[in-house]
Write a protein of this length. Structure first.
Length: 252
């Protein structure tokens, strides 16, 4: 239960991410950096779709809110896509009313090495921006750390510079973000943008100052609830509606 709402977590463990390499290693496109998401991430997408179906069946809800942390954000955008004859349609594949992304690297810079081996670029080319018109998109970013590649080793500033540089290209100096994902790639065109001052990326943040921490959760949860259909709003007080927490194996 989160803020009086039923919460469900897609059952993905950290060790499951080894599947990306194990599945992708058999694909030439993966090694070439031009693989579509289903080449190495199909297991993840299948788990999301299965969990959403289970939530709808067990609660009787018409739709759910999908909350996606980190890589879960662009994977959530992909999971929503319905394809016909190999091409995505505007009809969504899942009964999702709102997609909330928390600290998601939605974009890979032109000069950066795409660690997803082409998957993120595929999402932005094939499913650009707020692709599904009947889904509300909310993108949330943190501004806790400014990158500094000249900072002392093992400092947040130096680590952040390296992480930002991997996503944007360059050295990551003077780039602002949540310590892992730079602000500039955490939003997509047309989304409701929420920037959280001093918010960190990880659940291991000092004083629990990350997206799911008590200090910040209302900053994105309250706007999220306002996007839910009006007939749902009358139900919240007495009948909690499902909130699907899809947090990249981290817990609220």
């Amino acid at each position: 239960m989160v803020a009086g709402l039923d919460a469900f977590v897609v059952p993905v463990q950290r060790r499951d991410w080894f599947r990306v390499f194990l599945k992708g290693a058999r694909s030439r496109d993966f090694w070439a950096g031009s693989a579509a998401p289903d080449v190495a991430f199909d297991w993840y997408l299948d788990q999301v779709r299965t969990t959403v179906a289970q939530v709808v069946e067990s609660t009787g809800a018409d739709e759910v809110v999908l909350v996606a942390h980190s890589a879960g954000g662009w994977l959530g955008r992909c999971a929503l896509a319905r394809q016909e004859d190999g091409r995505p349609t505007k009809e969504k594949a899942l009964p999702v009313s709102t997609l909330v992304t928390l600290g998601c690297p939605h974009v890979v810079g032109a000069g950066a090495d795409d660690q997803t081996r082409g998957a993120v670029r595929w999402v932005n080319e094939v499913l650009p921006g707020c692709f599904h018109e009947d889904v509300s998109y909310i993108t949330v970013a943190g501004t806790a750390v400014t990158g500094d590649s000249s900072a002392a080793r093992e400092t947040l500033e130096r680590y952040a510079a390296g992480s930002y540089g991997m996503l944007l290209g360059g050295d990551g100096d003077k780039v602002v973000g949540d310590g892992v994902v730079p602000l500039d790639v955490a939003h997509i065109e047309g989304s409701m943008r929420i920037d959280l001052e001093s918010c960190f990326h990880s659940i291991n943040a000092p004083q629990n100052d990350w997206y799911g921490g008590e200090k910040y959760i209302d900053a994105w949860l309250e706007p999220t609830l306002k996007t839910v259909k009006p007939r749902w709003m009358r139900s919240f007080a007495s009948i909690p509606r499902p909130l699907l927490a899809f947090l990249d194996s981290q817990k609220l």
